[in-house]
Design a protein around this ligand. Structure first.
Ligand code: SAM
Length: 428
């Protein structure tokens, strides 16, 4: 990778999608500095030169910007997880709204009348239900550093859910006493707190290893005081029950996708269900449905519909949750959204609500077939404002109008933001 020469100190102008601080080099090129905040004056020794711009993940802070605070976590600077922890929480929310405004304007020429509301997480620490720790060959346990695979050792994580504190601390201690067993056999540890359920800890073996023997048994026993422990997928079987705020529940296969912030997820799902009711929707199509995070609450609210999900295990878990809760009005299809939509075109023409919650890459190939269904309402849930903007432009060009944009702070201390956008057919 070409490395551009160092430049004189720069003043960071703003934060951009991706979370980096933006500044301009004296020669006019854009510069992106990970971890730098608006108003910071920073020196960078080595820029990574890209086509038309430069970036850096290491910098010296010459003068702190007006909002910069000491992050509550002692490893925040080195760790790759919480790149905005040196911003007060209120400021984080304002910058997230600004990121969404900028993404919509730059990518889709959509000008919002005012910045979107960002629904606060309430609790900006201790929210993550899932954490993945890496183990190096020396038995150190931690997270990867900012844009590197260098291990940053941890024995506590301030954004992890309270239930995960004890197992993380136990791993930190074992990384000292059982270093060779951990490092010799395992590459990673997945921790997961099931809402209303137990804490699970999965030790992931190094490639081609089948850990066994007394030291491994002793390690598992020590960890079992704090969590239900599995080795190499040993606890992955069966369906977990995730309790929902509305009294229902989801079924989740071991290792299956779920949102990490259950409180904010509850607010997001409640907002979708309330708006669906307000709009008088009785039928829905839930695309990228996962284990039914939206499907189950919509069905519990009395709507009938179809859910589409690529992962067969997630689709099967959703069917099971619907069956157990006697929610008969929903059909679950396992398959690719773009491939499935043409088959649904007759059955779902004029459907009252299309909800889509695609992965970070968005839903580009689904926009046209969806528009052809002529849905009465579209709710787009996005974790990436830039791909959201691209797809919203597709909907607008296909005759829809953007009605509302609202954000949910699912990932405090980071630049990530969840956005809910509502569209309706434009009046002609
Ligand atoms: C961001 S998750 C959302 C899941 C769910 N809506 C939720 O809130 O938990 C995206 C989901 O889309 C699924 N997925 C990814 N690509 C897909 C495709 N081409 N067709 C259907 N589903 C897909 C993934 O398996 C994953 O479950």
């Amino acid at each position: 990778m070409p490395v551009a020469p160092a430049a004189p100190p720069l003043t960071i102008e703003k934060l951009v999608p991706g979370g980096a601080g933006f500044a301009r080099l004296p020669d006019g090129r854009s510069a992106f500095v990970d971890g730098a905040l608006p108003g910071d004056r920073v020196s960078v020794d080595a820029w990574i030169g890209k086509k038309g711009y430069v970036e850096a993940s290491k910098f010296r802070l010459e003068t702190a910007g007006p909002e910069r605070v000491a992050p509550p976590c002692p490893i925040a600077e080195a760790c790759g997880g919480c790149n905005w922890m040196a911003l007060p929480y209120g400021a984080q929310l304002g910058y997230k709204a600004a990121l969404v405004v900028e993404a919509l304007e730059r990518t889709a020429r959509i000008k919002l009348a005012e910045p979107p509301e960002v629904v606060s997480a309430g609790e900006p620490l201790a929210y993550r239900l899932r954490v993945r720790l890496h183990v190096d060959e020396r038995g150190h346990v931690g997270f990867f550093g900012r844009r590197t695979q260098e291990l940053v050792e941890v024995s506590e994580c301030l954004v992890a859910a309270p239930e995960l504190r004890a197992p993380i601390a136990a791993l930190g201690a074992l990384a000292v006493t059982e270093r060779s067993t951990l490092g010799g056999h395992f590459a990673a540890v997945d921790l997961r707190a099931v809402p209303g359920g137990e804490v699970e800890l999965e030790l992931e073996p190094r490639a081609d290893m089948e850990p066994s023997g007394a030291p491994v048994d002793a390690l598992v026993k020590a960890l079992s005081a704090h969590a239900h422990v599995g080795v190499g997928g040993g606890r992955r079987g069966g369906l977990r029950r995730y309790e929902l705020p509305d009294g229902g529940f989801l079924r989740v296969p071991g290792g299956g996708f779920t949102q990490v912030n259950w409180a904010v997820n509850g607010a997001l799902v409640a907002a979708v269900v309330a708006a669906a009711r307000k709009r008088g929707a009785r039928s829905f199509l839930d695309l990228y449905a996962g284990v039914g995070n939206f499907t189950v609450p919509l069905a519990r609210a009395g709507l009938r519909g179809v859910a589409v999900e690529l992962e067969r295990t997630a689709a099967a878990a959703l069917r099971e949750a619907l069956r157990e809760q006697s929610l008969a009005g929903v059909e679950v299809l396992a398959g690719d959204v773009a491939g499935t939509l043409p088959r649904l075109s007759r059955k779902l023409r004029g459907v009252e609500l299309v909800l889509l919650d695609p992965p970070r890459s968005g839903a580009k190939s689904a926009v046209m077939p969806l528009a052809a269904l002529a849905p009465k309402n579209v709710a787009y849930v996005a974790c990436d404002p830039v791909t959201l903007a691209r797809d919203l432009r597709g909907f607008l060009d296909a005759g829809f109008a953007l009605e509302e944009v609202r954000c949910f702070d699912m990932f405090p201390q980071t630049h990530h933001v969840e956005t809910l956008a509502w569209l309706r057919p434009a009046r002609r």
